[in-house]
Ligand binder design. Sequence first.
Ligand code: HEC
Ligand code: HEC
Ligand code: HEC
Ligand code: HEC
Ligand code: HEC
Ligand code: HEC
Ligand code: HEC
Ligand code: HEC
Ligand code: HEC
Ligand code: HEC
Length: 346
Amino acid sequence: MLPTPLYPACWQAFYNLTTFDPLLGNTISVMRRWPGVFLFLFAVLAAWGAPQNTAKPPSLSNPVNGFVGSTTCRGCHPDIWLNFYRNAHYQSIASGKEALDKTGCEGCHGPGLEHAKKPAQTNIKAFSQMTSGQTITACLGCHSKDISKANIQRSAHTEADVACASCHSIHKAATPKNLLAKQQTLLCYGCHTTVKASFEMPNKHRVNEGVVQCSDCHNPHGGAAATWRTGIKPAMMQHTGDGETPCLKCHVDKRGPFVYEHAAVRTEGCEGCHMPHGSMNAKLLKRPVTFTLCLECHTGGGTFGTQGQGVTLQSSSHNLLDPRYQRCSNCHVKIHGSNGDPNFLR
Ligand code: HEC
Ligand code: HEC
Ligand code: HEC
Ligand code: HEC
Ligand code: HEC
Ligand code: HEC
Ligand code: HEC
Ligand code: HEC
Ligand code: HEC
Ligand code: HEC
């Protein structure tokens, strides 16, 4: 196609070409001598130069590379189509700008020409027939920017063959947002029945009440490597931008940095002392009596402490037979770290 700005220049060049006209006995422009020829040439150029008509949307009578367009599917799957306009995936049809293999029904189910001519489960990408690996590949074809391939690949869910369609329902979603098969808590409890009990304990994060969600702390798509708890990644934890434990997102006062850190918070993570889901003990502590928790690590030198470093025994000034000394956090009030005192007394 000729760049449009060149047209007047061409025209001018032809006009400047002259020939001798025997009738007029004069030299005139070739264009005036054979106007028909030039009108024809002009018409050809104009048609050639006009912006190409965008390809007609594919249909059963006009398939493009095996794609027949979503309206073809609508004819035989009206139930699926009925609510599809509310689906986030409808955007690709509405915009009309996506490539055919990224548009509408065929964006997920693949080209449908053969299937539309002779419907069968076998000649269309039917997710009911696909392995979890195939499903993940199909969905990540578009979602690899939302979900890290590396993280989902090594997540406990993928390892256990729990894939996208185990949690998401594209056509019968219970939650329009995120297209979940069930409301989140019910979805997770559906498979994690034992976890339910921990959220019914006297002290708990109020997940059942909707105050906190599983996905505030966990990433069902697998988490990235952690910078806390010496990098050992517990239970697909969600993480903040800095790779911190998700607990700090809400409990910001525990973030620090503190002049005097309690090493345990960083090395063991919050789980070192707390039950994250729920607990019989106040403040979600792992032990009913605070000093037994402290004495798990503060047993004296040697290879004590769960990290194996020698953790100081409580001071010799402490008489543990004196009940006063058993409530350690009564005096060591800044137990998560302090800016004023190396012993966390203030
Ligand atoms: C002429 C009617 C017709 C058209 C057009 C049609 N389908 Fe189907 N489709 C069917 C029938 C009938 C079945 C059930 C086949 C079976 O169970 O063997 C089916 C099955 C399917 C399945 C498999 C469901 C499963 O069991 O998991 C999918 C996916 C599907 N269609 C998607 C599409 C898509 C996408 C389009 C558009 C490209 C489309 N269909 C167009 C009639 C049609
Ligand atoms: C985002 C990907 C995606 C898009 C877009 C999509 N589907 Fe599906 N489809 C699925 C998945 C996944 C399943 C498996 C069942 C489920 O999760 O709901 C499925 C199941 C089906 C089934 C089997 C019936 C059923 O309910 O199990 C049919 C038929 C079907 N789709 C047709 C269509 C049609 C028609 C369109 C366009 C209006 C479409 N699909 C768009 C992913 C998609
Ligand atoms: C052809 C590209 C494409 C494929 C394939 C695809 N998606 Fe999507 N998906 C999109 C687009 C576009 C959106 C809407 C924009 C956004 O929120 O990112 C979307 C949105 C979503 C959402 C979020 C809805 C919301 O409320 O924000 C979920 C969940 C989702 N897709 C799941 C899936 C699953 C599961 C599969 C595989 C069965 C899949 N998608 C396959 C393109 C795709
Ligand atoms: C174990 C259940 C589970 C599995 C498996 C799962 N998801 Fe999700 N997904 C969720 C939940 C729960 C949310 C909502 C998270 C939230 O509220 O922050 C979500 C949110 C999303 C979203 C929208 C928000 C976002 O993170 O961008 C997309 C897109 C999505 N999932 C796609 C997928 C795809 C693609 C797969 C498969 C590769 C998949 N999911 C596998 C449970 C799951
Ligand atoms: C379809 C069943 C299913 C659903 C739904 C499901 N999970 Fe899982 N989940 C599993 C299986 C199976 C495993 C691996 C075995 C195990 O550790 O229990 C797993 C593992 C996990 C783990 C890691 C456990 C560990 O010890 O490392 C966490 C955390 C988790 N799931 C959270 C969730 C959350 C949060 C949801 C809801 C968004 C959810 N799961 C939904 C089946 C499911
Ligand atoms: C307040 C943050 C938080 C919330 C909310 C939360 N979890 Fe957890 N969960 C954790 C932490 C932290 C661990 C790791 C515990 C450890 O390693 O000692 C964990 C461990 C797990 C495990 C593996 C160990 C076990 O107890 O079986 C599963 C499964 C799990 N969570 C599922 C869920 C489900 C399902 C929900 C929602 C109903 C949920 N979690 C809500 C923080 C949370
Ligand atoms: C989404 C926000 C959120 C996240 C993430 C979160 N919490 Fe909480 N946490 C709360 C709220 C809100 C409460 C108050 C109790 C209530 O209202 O149910 C609470 C209460 C607590 C309590 C008890 C406080 C008391 O006075 O009894 C402890 C301990 C605690 N959280 C620890 C953690 C740990 C450890 C983590 C990470 C594994 C965590 N939280 C993650 C919101 C969060
Ligand atoms: C070394 C043990 C230990 C570690 C590690 C630890 N905590 Fe605590 N935490 C405690 C003790 C003990 C209490 C109870 C203090 C009291 O008696 O008032 C407590 C209380 C809390 C409370 C409720 C009272 C308050 O101060 O707000 C929250 C919330 C809390 N911790 C969150 C966290 C978070 C978040 C982390 C991880 C960043 C964490 N804890 C790590 C020992 C610990
Ligand atoms: C998970 C192990 C662990 C638990 C549980 C724990 N600590 Fe620590 N604590 C440490 C480590 C490690 C240090 C770093 C100093 C060291 O090596 O002795 C430390 C330091 C301290 C210090 C500062 C003094 C010093 O020697 O540097 C005090 C005070 C202290 N802990 C009090 C407590 C109290 C009170 C509790 C119970 C609420 C508690 N700790 C629970 C591991 C723990
Ligand atoms: C009555 C207040 C009080 C109580 C209760 C208390 N402490 Fe202390 N603790 C102190 C004071 C004051 C110091 C600093 C002076 C000293 O060493 O006596 C201290 C120092 C420490 C040190 C640092 C010792 C060193 O040599 O650097 C540790 C570790 C410690 N306490 C652990 C504990 C543990 C564990 C408990 C619970 C079993 C506990 N404390 C209960 C007041 C208390």
